[in-house]
Write a protein that binds this ligand. Structure first.
Ligand SMILES: [Zn+2]
Ligand SMILES: [Zn+2]
Length: 240
C-alpha cells in the first residue's frame, strides 16, 4: 500500500534535483552533474577535525592537522560534508537566509555521510542555538532543520532547549582569534541534568573558524558531557 502511494506521489511530484531541476532517482538527491561540482571532503583528512589535505598526500591511517596536533581542538571529532566555495555557498546562503528549505535533504544526507567513517554512538543531537533576536527575524533555526533528520538517523534525542545563546552582532570577516573572543560567554547551559554524562553531536550549516563549536564544547564539557562531536554541511578551508 505504501509502495503504491509512493509511486503515485512520484508520478504527481517526480523527484527533481533541488539545484537544477532535472529528474533524479529519489527525492532530495542531486543529479550527477550537480553532484560533481561540489568539493566533497574525503580522505586524506585530519582524523580529528576533518580538515582536508591535498589528495596526493599519503599521510597514513590517522593523520592530524597542525591545529589539532597542537591540542587546540578539544572536540572529539568534527566532520564537514564539503568545502565552502561558490558551489556550496549557492546552496547554503539561500537555505540560511531565504527559507530555501528544499535543500535540507541533500544537506543532511551529505552530513550523515560525512560522519559514516566514525561509527559514532550519539545520545543527543544539538543544533547550534540561535539568539532569540535572530530566531524572530529569520523565523527558523537553519541548524535545527538539518539536525532533525540527523537525530533520527542516530536514533538520538533532538535537544533545542538545554543551551541558550545571547545576542551579539555579526562576526563578519574577523580573524579566528577575534571570532573566538566574540563568541566567548554567549552560550549558557540551562539544563545541566540533560547534558551530564551524554554524548552530544553539534550541528551547524557552516564551520568558519570552529570558534562556535569550540565554545559550545567548552560549556558542555563543564556541564559534564562525556563526548562532544560536531558536523557541518560545509567548512571554510584556509591553507595551513
Ligand atoms: Zn542538478
Ligand atoms: Zn585537525
Amino acid at each position: 500500500m505504501v509502495k503504491i502511494f509512493n509511486r503515485l506521489l512520484d508520478f504527481l511530484y517526480p523527484p527533481i534535483c533541488p539545484v537544477c531541476g532535472d529528474l533524479v532517482e529519489s527525492h532530495g538527491g542531486l543529479c550527477a552533474s550537480c553532484w560533481s561540482r561540489f568539493n566533497w571532503i574525503s580522505n586524506p583528512k585530519c582524523f580529528k577535525c576533518g580538515y582536508p589535505f591535498p589528495a596526493h598526500l599519503d599521510l597514513g591511517l590517522q593523520p592530524m592537522c597542525p591545529h589539532c596536533a597542537s591540542g587546540e581542538c578539544d572536540l572529539d571529532f568534527i566532520r564537514s560534508a564539503c568545502v565552502y566555495d561558490d558551489v556550496s555557498k549557492n546552496i547554503m546562503l539561500p537555505f540560511k537566509h531565504a527559507s530555501q528549505l528544499k535543500y535540507k535533504n541533500l544537506m543532511s544526507r551529505a552530513m550523515i555521510n560525512a560522519l559514516r567513517d566514525l561509527d559514532l554512538s550519539v545520545d543527543i543531537v544539538m543544533p547550534v542555538p540561535l539568539a532569540w533576536k535572530r530566531l524572530f527575524k529569520r523565523g527558523y533555526n537553519q541548524a535545527c532543520v538539518l539536525a532533525r533528520p540527523i537525530a533520527k538517523h542516530f536514533n538520538a534525542a533532538l535537544d533545542v532547549n538545554s543551551v541558550s545563546r545571547k545576542y551579539r552582532p555579526d562576526m563578519g570577516h574577523k580573524t579566528s582569534k577575534q571570532r573566538r573572543e566574540n563568541v566567548r560567554g554567549v552560550f549558557k547551559v540551562i539544563n545541566k541534568d540533560k547534558i551530564a554524562g551524554k554524548k552530544i553531536l553539534l550541528v551547524d550549516d557552516v564551520m568558519t573558524s570552529g570558534a562556535t563549536f569550540y565554545e559550545l564544547n567548552r560549556i558542555l564539557r563543564n556541564a559534564g558531557a562525556s563526548a562532544v562531536y560536531a558536523v557541518s554541511f560545509c567548512r571554510v578551508v584556509h591553507a595551513i
